[in-house]
Design a protein around this ligand. Structure first.
Ligand SMILES: CC/C=C/CC(=O)SCCNC(=O)CCNC(=O)[C@H](O)C(C)(C)COP(=O)(O)OP(=O)(O)OC[C@H]1O[C@@H](n2cnc3c(N)ncnc32)[C@H](O)[C@@H]1OP(=O)(O)O
Length: 715
């Protein structure tokens, strides 16, 4: 809806009303058309201000409407009629002006923004392009290079940057509507021809071809198979080379392809999935909206290795006072130096003062007596962590929340070391912790809803996308990842090479293949865990362990000191230890040949399709088991974890969404096929939830929660 009123005698005020973000639903568009007409017909009105209610200008098109057939007035003629209006139209921008919201503002003759407003054309992040004239007007207004940057990345700019770029005419710290009304009064009756952006010539660019070639190359590289960024470049090129009306035709044509694409569906699903995970629920029935977080004023991090440092920096950057404790004096001093540098670099990037005074450093655990929440980030060793939890339980004041940063250890075992197991949760950060967006908040069987709510809220404050998950080995992310890496090793045994597997995975859209990733994180980490589990036994190369297929390849490399990048050798060869450029390694190929010969394995040709199916489908199958076990509340949780923590290409939605796009029947059929071929790999056996979903006609991913709920209620 849009509301119309007249203020200050001669200013028509149009207020968009569609909480929470005033999205341009059919009703809002109709409201705008009607109220603009009213304002233009009102002889008392000399100028018009358009604003949004409750401090938000407009969050753009209503994404929920994209699945339905479009009704109501279309955006393009609506914005065109605003631009053609004979009375000055002024956009009063508070909060956000995004996508169609900014396109609406670009149709106005003037734009006044509040200093805290954010503006942008984020359509590319939804698999689309700004197709209500945004791709044609923005380059005309701010020039081709700046428009390309904004449109291909979808990044939001601050009001200050918008002013600098020329997107807005004025920025105010006061009431935006008041400032806009004052401005509207001042421009009433002034000529408007020079204010209609669509009539501007696109600013000339010297060597246009070179610019677009360069941008296209960069976009192709970073898009990793996503089609929308490429279409965005093509649309801006149309703005730079064609008259406005022909550019609009090109914009429409490109949008038509994107709008119905699977990638757009995946990205829009992911947008809502990110919001859905905030509405967490536990199997006990506890939920985000009925659990009150405890206040957290002061936090502690214990253990200043790589993870602890990143976590403490992220906390300080979120404005929280942090006490850090590291028992080894030398490590403490080194951490202080490194963390200060991290804070300074981050502050420089963000143009703020480094929050150095937020962090205090200590080697004495007694200094944690008055904190509200502790994040333990010591070495990933259960006995060590148990010892620390025992100490924390004795030192910390009653009611302190004790969190463990672990990538997969049993949170409940740690809880059992404390007086208040209900106050213990896992907080699984991803490295580097001050950069990576994902946080798995792990609740054990005794974690209280309040503890979960507190950790989730802290994650949000730190700018993380937090997902609440149940306690099991590896939680959600690493539990699934284990099968992916194991299948990749099996493929090497059967005839593939690391290069071949990685190429297939990278072409699918992951930033890094499985072996390159393993070299980066260090092969020794998994080796240590396998040794602790008595799975890896030095000198042994048996391929069946604990009654199932096992690939000792990673262990054998570790026995040779090949730990990956840090030792200059791993699945690949590096020019020197610590180098990042992976080279195919003839030694490794020869080693694989010898290994196959030793075990009587005959190498066969393995194609890209099989690599993808073997690596991805077992992960997906495990995802179904995780849903069935109630470890994740819904497919959205798994997909968000994979997109933000493991580099799953966002334009493929996440593993569970991808499965629904491929077709559950096909996934089931391929798993059955691979299980038959490899009966010694039990996890290839299709999960019963997958079978059930196929049996009831493969409902869309948005319906799976209902099926899971019914399944659980039958148990
Ligand atoms: C014809 C095709 C034309 C396409 C052009 C377009 O305009 S495409 C849409 C472009 N717009 C965007 O991509 C903006 C998306 N929204 C946001 O980035 C953020 O929501 C926000 C506007 C910056 C506000 O952020 P905040 O953190 O304050 O709130 P939430 O993100 O939690 O959102 C609150 C609820 O509003 C829902 N929502 C937000 N934007 C839209 C939208 N454009 N359409 C529909 N719904 C939207 C969001 O899902 C939240 O809903 P809940 O039910 O409360 O979870």
């Amino acid at each position: 809806m849009a509301q119309y009123s007249r203020i200050s005698g001669s200013v028509g005020l149009i207020t968009l009303k569609n909480p929470p973000v005033n999205a341009l639903s059919a009703a809002v568009r109709q409201g705008i058309v009607d109220t603009v007409e009213k304002a233009l017909c009102d002889p008392q009105v000399k100028s018009v201000v358009i604003c949004g209610q409750d401090g938000v200008f407009c969050g753009g098109a209503d994404v929920k409407e994209f699945e339905k057939s479009m009704s109501g007035p279309p955006l393009i003629p609506m914005i065109h009629s605003i631009e053609c209006a004979t009375k000055p139209m002024v956009a009063a921008i508070e909060g956000s002006a995004l996508g169609g919201g900014l396109e609406l503002a670009l149709g106005c003759h003037y734009r006044i923004a509040h200093s805290k407003a954010r503006l942008g054309l984020p359509e590319v992040t939804l698999g689309l392009l700004p197709a209500a004239g945004g791709s044609q007007r923005l380059p005309r207004l701010i020039g081709v290079p700046a428009a390309l940057d904004l449109i291909t990345t979808g990044r939001h700019v601050t009001a200050a940057e918008a002013l600098q770029l020329g997107i807005v005419d004025q920025v105010t710290d006061h009431k935006t509507v008041d400032a806009a009304v004052k401005f509207a009064l001042s421009v009433a009756g002034k000529p408007l021809d020079a204010r209609r952006i669509s009539t501007y010539p696109c600013p000339v660019v010297t060597d246009l071809d070179a610019l677009f070639e360069d941008v296209m190359q960069k976009v192709r590289q970073s898009a990793r198979g996503a089609i929308a960024p490429i279409a965005c470049v093509q649309a801006v090129r149309a703005a730079a080379t064609l008259p406005y009306t022909r550019g609009m035709e090109r914009e429409k044509e490109l949008m038509a392809t994107l709008f119905t694409s699977g990638q757009a569906r995946a990205l829009q699903y992911n947008f809502f999935a990110q919001r859905a995970v905030g509405k967490w629920r536990m199997p006990s029935g506890a939920r985000w909206d009925t659990s009150t977080p405890r206040p957290v004023h002061k936090v502690a991090v214990i253990g200043l290795g790589t993870m602890g440092r990143g976590i403490a920096v992220a906390l300080a950057q979120a404005g929280l006072p942090v006490v850090t404790v590291e028992a080894q004096e030398k490590q403490l001093m080194e951490a202080k130096r490194v963390m200060s540098d991290m804070l300074k670099r981050g502050a420089k990037r963000r143009g703020v003062a480094p929050p150095l005074d937020k962090i205090s450093y200590s080697s004495n655990i007694q200094d944690l007596a008055d904190v509200d929440l502790v994040i333990e980030a010591v070495f990933e060793d259960m006995d060590l962590k148990k010892k620390v939890f025992l100490q924390l339980s004795a030192v910390c004041k009653p009611g302190t929340l004790l969190c463990t940063n672990t990538s997969g250890l049993d949170v409940d075992q740690l809880a059992s070391q404390t007086r208040n197991p209900e106050l213990v949760v896992g907080m699984h950060f991803f490295a580097p912790a001050h950069v990576m967006k994902l946080l798995e908040v792990v609740y054990g069987p005794r974690s209280s809803p309040q503890a979960v709510a507190t950790a989730m809220q802290l994650g949000k404050k730190m700018g993380k996308i937090s997902v609440a998950v149940g306690n099991c080995r590896g939680f959600v992310g690493n539990r699934m990842l284990k099968l992916y890496t194991e299948q990749a090793s099996f493929l090497l045994e059967e005839g593939a090479t690391p290069d071949l597997v990685d190429r297939a995975i990278e072409e699918f859209g992951f930033p890094m293949g499985v072996f390159r990733m393993s070299d980066l994180s260090g092969l020794d980490i998994g080796w240590r865990v396998r040794k602790e589990m008595k799975l890896a036994v030095p000198g042994q190369s048996a391929r069946i362990r604990e009654g199932r297929r096992y690939s000792p390849l990673g262990d054998l490399l570790c026995e040779q000191g090949r730990f990956g990048q840090k030792t200059g050798r791993g699945w690949y060869r590096y020019n020197k230890p610590g180098d990042r450029v992976a080279h195919s390694d003839p030694w490794l190929h020869h080693f694989l040949e010898e290994y196959r010969a030793q075990h009587g394995l005959v190498a066969r040709r393995i194609d890209q399709q099989e690599i993808l199916e073997r690596c991805l489908y077992p992960m997906i199958n495990e995802g179904f088991r995780i849903l069935q076990d109630g470890i994740a509340a819904g497919p959205e949780d798994i997909d968000v974890i994979y997109v933000f923590g493991y580099g799953w290409p966002r334009h493929c939605g996440g593993p569970m969404f991808y499965a629904s796009m491929v077709g559950l029947e096909k996934v089931l059929e391929r798993l059955e096929h691979y299980y038959q071929a490899h009966p010694d790999v039990p996890y290839l056996q299709p999960c019963s939830l997958l079978r059930r979903l196929v049996a009831i006609g493969s409902p869309p991913v948005q319906k799976w929660r209902e099926v899971i709920k019914n399944l659980h209620s039958q148990l």
